[in-house]
Design a protein around this ligand. Structure first.
Ligand code: PLP
Length: 466
C-alpha cells in the first residue's frame, strides 16, 4: 500500500515512511492511495476473533510489506495484552439501542492507549531493523504525555522526554507520567504554563541542527499509523452488533478529529455505517461546520472535557481531501486560506456530501454534568465528561431502529471531580493503578529556557545510547 499527501505535492511512500515522517513535507497529511475494502463475506469471517487477531488482520493491508505478518501479530498480542479487560475494548449496553464501546482499559485509562501501545512497538521494530534511534519530545497538559510515555517506555530504539507545566496538571495526570521510572523516560516539570511547554517543543523542532542531531520525532495524532490502529475497534463493535448484515451509527467525542476519522475509515472499508455523530464540548467549530458550512476559528475555551478543547481539528483535512475529490491543490488552497483568514472556504457540494454522513453536536459544561447524572440514574453507568458528550449526542441524533455505538474515550476515574459533582460518587482508580499514590516519582524541575531544556534532552539521549 502506498500513501499520498492530502496536499498532492509530497512523493508517495509506503507505511514505514509514513510512520516515521508523521507530517508530509508539503504540510499535508498522508492518506491511503486506494482504500482496502472487504466484502460482506470477508467481514463476516472476522466475527468472533480475539481483539489482537482482528486488529492484525485489519491492519495488514495498511502495513503492507513494511512489517512481516507474524511480527505484526506478535506486536498486537503484546499491545492488547497490556489492557485490563479480556475483550480489550468491551461493548456495554447503556440504553435499548445504545452501546458504549469502552476504549479506556489500557495503561493510562484513555482511548489513546489503543493506538499508542501498538505505535510504540511499531516504531521500535522499524528503527531496530534500520539500526536507528529516535528521540521523542512532547508537551502535555495532562493526558497525551502519559499515553506516549507508556507507549515508549523500555523501547530500545526510543528516548522520550515529556515537558509538563509544573504544578498545573492534576495529581493523577502527573503521577501517571512521573512514576514511570524506565531509563529511557524523562519527565521535565517546566516553570511555566502549557503554552510555554508547547513553545519549547516547537523551538526544539525549529532548531534544525538540534533536531537532526537528536533525530527528534513526535507521536501526535496526525500520524497515519495512529488513525489506522483505531480502525479495528470500530470494526469489532460493528461486527458484534450484526454488521455487515445490519447498519450501525457511531458517535465519537471529538477533538482533533482523529478518532472520528477512524470511524469514517471503517465505513470506507465497506462496513455499513449509516451516520457519524461528531460530539464536541463548547468548542464547537465542527458543529458549526456541519450545521451551516461555517468552519471558522474561535479562541479555545476550557471545559470539563479538556481533551476536546480545540480551536481547529487537524485530521479534518483528510475527510476534506476526499470530499474535494482527492484534489491536492484544492485541499492545499482551502487549508492555506483557513490558516490565513481563520475561515475555511468549502464548496457547497463538498459540504453537502459531508453533511449527509456527519452530524455535529455540542454540549456545554452544565449539559455534561446533567448527562453524567442521567446515565448514572437511568442505566447505573458512570461516564467521564468526554464520553458524556458522546452519549448525549447519540441520544439526540441517532437514527431510529439501528444500534448506535458511542466511543467511551476515558475512564471515569480519570476525571473524578466532574463525575463526583454529577453523581456524588468518586470513581476509584482501577486495580492496575490503585497504588499510584504510593509509587515513587521522578522528574526534574527546570526553567523555561531553551538551552537548558535542550541540554537535558541531549544528556538523557546520550546516556541511553551509550
Ligand atoms: C484525545 C481525546 C479525545 C479527542 O480525540 P481526537 O482523536 O483528538 O478527536 C476525546 N476524549 C479523550 C478522553 C481524549 O483523550
Amino acid at each position: 500500500m502506498r500513501y499520498i499527501s492530502t496536499r498532492g505535492q509530497a512523493a508517495p511512500r509506503g507505511f514505514e515512511g509514513v510512520l516515521l515522517a508523521g507530517l508530509a513535507e508539503d504540510g499535508g497529511l498522508f492518506v491511503p492511495e486506494t482504500w482496502p475494502t472487504l466484502s460482506p463475506a470477508e467481514w463476516r469471517a472476522l466475527r468472533g476473533l480475539p481483539y489482537a487477531e482482528l486488529a492484525a488482520r485489519i491492519l495488514t493491508p495498511f502495513v503492507g510489506d513494511a512489517v512481516a505478518e507474524a511480527d505484526l501479530r506478535r506486536m498486537c498480542d503484546e499491545a492488547y495484552g497490556s489492557f485490563a479487560h479480556p475483550a480489550t475494548t468491551p461493548l456495554v449496553q447503556i440504553a435499548p439501542n445504545t452501546f458504549a464501546l469502552e476504549l479506556f482499559h489500557g495503561p493510562t485509562l484513555a482511548f489513546k492507549d489503543v493506538a499508542l501501545q501498538l505505535l510504540g512497538r511499531l516504531f521500535d521494530h522499524v528503527l531496530a531493523k534500520r539500526g536507528e534511534r529516535i528521540t521523542i519530545v512532547g508537551a502535555t497538559s495532562g493526558d497525551t504525555g502519559s499515553a506516549a510515555i507508556e507507549a515508549c517506555r523500555d523501547r530500545a530504539a526510543i528516548d522520550i522526554t515529556i515537558l509538563h507545566p509544573r504544578g498545573r496538571t492534576s495529581d493523577v495526570q502527573r503521577r501517571q507520567m512521573t512514576t514511570v521510572l524506565s531509563p529511557n523516560v524523562r519527565n521535565i516539570a517546566v516553570e511555566g504554563d502549557f503554552d510555554t511547554c508547547q513553545d519549547l517543543v516547537k523551538a526544539m523542532f525549529a532548531d534544525t541542527p538540534f533536531r537532526t542531531d537528536m533525530r527528534l520525532a513526535a507521536v501526535n495524532s496526525i500520524n497515519w499509523a495512529r488513525i489506522a490502529a483505531q480502525i479495528p475497534y470500530y470494526a469489532y463493535a460493528a461486527l458484534n452488533l450484526g454488521a455487515p448484515d445490519r447498519a450501525v451509527a457511531l458517535a465519537v467525542p471529538t477533538g482533533n478529529f482523529g478518532n472520528v476519522l477512524a470511524a469514517w475509515a471503517v465505513r470506507r472499508m465497506g462496513l455499513p455505517v449509516e451516520r457519524l455523530i461528531v460530539a464536541s464540548n463548547r468548542n464547537d467549530i465542527l458543529t458549526r461546520f456541519f450545521a451551516g458550512n461555517d468552519m471558522s476559528m474561535r479562541a479555545v475555551e476550557p471545559s470539563l472535557s479538556p481533551s476536546m478543547d480545540i480551536a481547529v481539528s487537524s485530521n479534518f483535512e483528510r475527510v476534506l481531501h476526499d470530499a474535494l475529490g482527492r484534489d491536492g491543490a484544492a485541499t492545499d488552497q482551502a487549508m492555506q486560506r483557513f490558516r490565513a483568514t481563520g475561515h475555511m472556504p468549502v464548496p457547497d457540494a463538498a459540504w453537502a456530501e459531508m453533511k449527509n454522513l456527519f452530524h455535529g453536536f455540542s454540549l456545554d459544561d452544565a449539559g455534561t454534568v446533567a448527562e453524567i447524572n442521567r446515565l448514572w440514574r437511568d442505566a447505573g453507568y458512570l461516564a467521564d465528561p468526554h464520553t458524556a458528550c458522546g452519549t448525549a449526542a447519540a441520544a439526540a441524533l441517532a437514527p431510529s431502529g439501528i444500534p448506535v455505538i458511542v466511543a467511551a474515550t476515558a475512564h471515569p476515574a480519570k476525571f473524578p471531580d466532574a463525575v463526583e459533582r454529577a453523581t456524588g460518587i468518586r470513581p476509584p482508580l482501577p486495580r492496575h493503578l490503585a497504588d499510584l499514590y504510593e509509587r515513587p516519582e521522578r522528574f526534574d524541575v527546570l526553567p523555561a529556557d531553551l538551552a537548558t531544556i535542550e541540554a537535558a534532552v541531549r544528556s538523557h539521549a546520550l546516556r541511553n545510547a551509550a
